[in-house]
Design a protein around this ligand. Sequence first.
Ligand code: IVH
Length: 673
Amino acid sequence: MTDPSLMAELESLRRQIEGANRAYHDLDAPEISDAEYDVLFRRLQSLESSHPELVTPDSPTQRIGGTPATHLPKAPHAAPMLSLDNAFTTEELMAWHQRMVRLDGRVTTTRLAVEVKIDGAALSLTYLHGVLERAVTRGNGAIGEEITGNARAIADIPLTITGDDWPEVMEVRGEVYIPRQSLETVNAEREAMDLDPLQNPRNAAAGALRALDPAEARRRRLRFFAYQVVPVEGTLEIPTHEAMLEQLVTWGFPVEPHHQTVQGIDDAVALVEEWSETIRTLPFDADGLVVKVDDLALREELGTVSGRIPRWAIARKFPAESATTRLLDIEVNIGRTGALAPTALLEPVRIGGVTVTRATLHNEEIIAQRDVRIGDVVEVIRSGDVIPKVLGPDRRQRTGDEQPWTPPATCPYCETPLSRPEGEVNRYCLNARCPGRAFEGLVHFVSKAGMDIQGLGPERVRQLLAEALITDPADLYSLRSEQLVALEGFAEQSATALIDAIEASRSRPLRALLTAIGVRHLGAAAAKSLARRFGTMAALRAATQAEIEALDGIGPAISGSLLGYLADPAVAEMLDRLADGGVAQREDAIEVGGHRPLAGLILVLTGTLPTLTKAEATERIERAGGTVKSSVSRKTSLVVAGEDAGSKLSRAGELGIEVIDEAELLRRLGGDG
Ligand code: IVH
């Protein structure tokens, strides 16, 4: 007799996992976190392995990936794209090695390749005589979706291969990903266009790959790392994984540079230890390491488990990213937009090498949905260097003493009644002079994205607020160094440095000021186009809704929020005081009087520059009067090429456009640019 509660649990696990799979693969909108998914999946796997008679053919454990969505053309893979089994602990990693040793004694001494597991979307590229013919997503492992146009928009993917030692037909496989920094840029642009932010780099990559418009793939700044070659016709005389990666590099593919081969499993375990701390310092999301048998012939012999999972490789995931602890209380903060920001105060817990005492609870809707109560044992997750999040409570550990949380009716800082606009998941303090908002607003104002006042971090802002030296951004511009020297922790030198940094920010262009003042929905991209169109804050303040909405990428949400902001008498007064304090409030502030060596020129950046990021180079070129465009045309004046420059460089060659390197750019910018 089968236990009905077991059947019910299996049923429920399968339903939840299938739902999550659909949301994840087909809608690019994950409903649950990876950690939650892993918990469900492992629970199902473990129940099924103790009751193999209850495994159904349609159980989520029996499939390779997601079901391919319907709107893209399907294409089969020459050989299945396999999934990796996971090891969450050293024991599981050793057990994987032991299983191989039992099958083949040679494994005991065979070398292992250890590489980063890039958290993106798998892609298979078919090359015919060295030319990119087709790009196909993983799909269900056997059949994927053809997205060749989008793959061509990824500069990292060679359209033709350098050299001629390739098999006539081959598939090059790898991972498409978005660096974390790029995701921030993309989200700032989306925010400005009033689009929801992309949840995480992986879904952003997967979604962009399957976008119907290659321009979207380009906009999301996708990158690619190759990790495998599958010869389809012709042969490839390569003995090891290491040699295969080297071959890929010679052919012009980017390969994640941290790969290593080690003597045996003990060294692999040690390497995993080392990486468990440093993996989050990579500029992209990596959810663990992949350990692979290096010897390709031995791999063949080891084969797969039911054609789905290779025996010769395993993903060593770092799940220590989450931990359970007690929720002691919920603190209420107010963000710079006035949104209520509930923060969990936690019993201290170690997660991934740091002690966590606070985590975000997002908003009241999520607290209610997940039924989080004060006193609950909660699961907390920390990924990369982002703020830890509370996933949800462990209801089995409830004693009955837990207290449901009710959001406050008034702002904890200024006691203004909070309001929850129709359709919003949060309530807001709408008092523009609220001191809670002031702190967050100031931190944003001085940040790099805003007025970029160096040396003024959140702690200093807190101190200046507490000492009542400032109450809003305009007050910064009347600070004197004597006032600072009187404060704790300010030596003469740091006081002067801060005053200088404030001074320097007076000439930041209007776009920076518009971003800095923190208007809801107004991101960097919209700020830039407003600044270009109106030139001065005075002109913008006089603009009509129609004039504002006439700009590309600015709709009613941005214009409504901007006009509402500017109409607030407190804001008007603050902007007037900023002007009195010497803040330029004009777009060409820096260029006035300065020389503009690139005036009128159109530049295109390609490849990785040795010292400047694309954003920095763009800013300096624009300050010098130039315009940066993303594609090369006859109108292009100059192409600035860095390492791994791709098709733009060849296009420049075809059109006979002058190509310079970063050093030359800096020379033309004239020293400090
Ligand atoms: S090897 C048969 N190496 O992880 C081996 N995969 O869970 C197939 N991935 O579908 C994959 N980094 O999308 C391999 N260095 C790496 C990887 C990697 C990321 C992804 C890949 C694969 C998934 C398996």
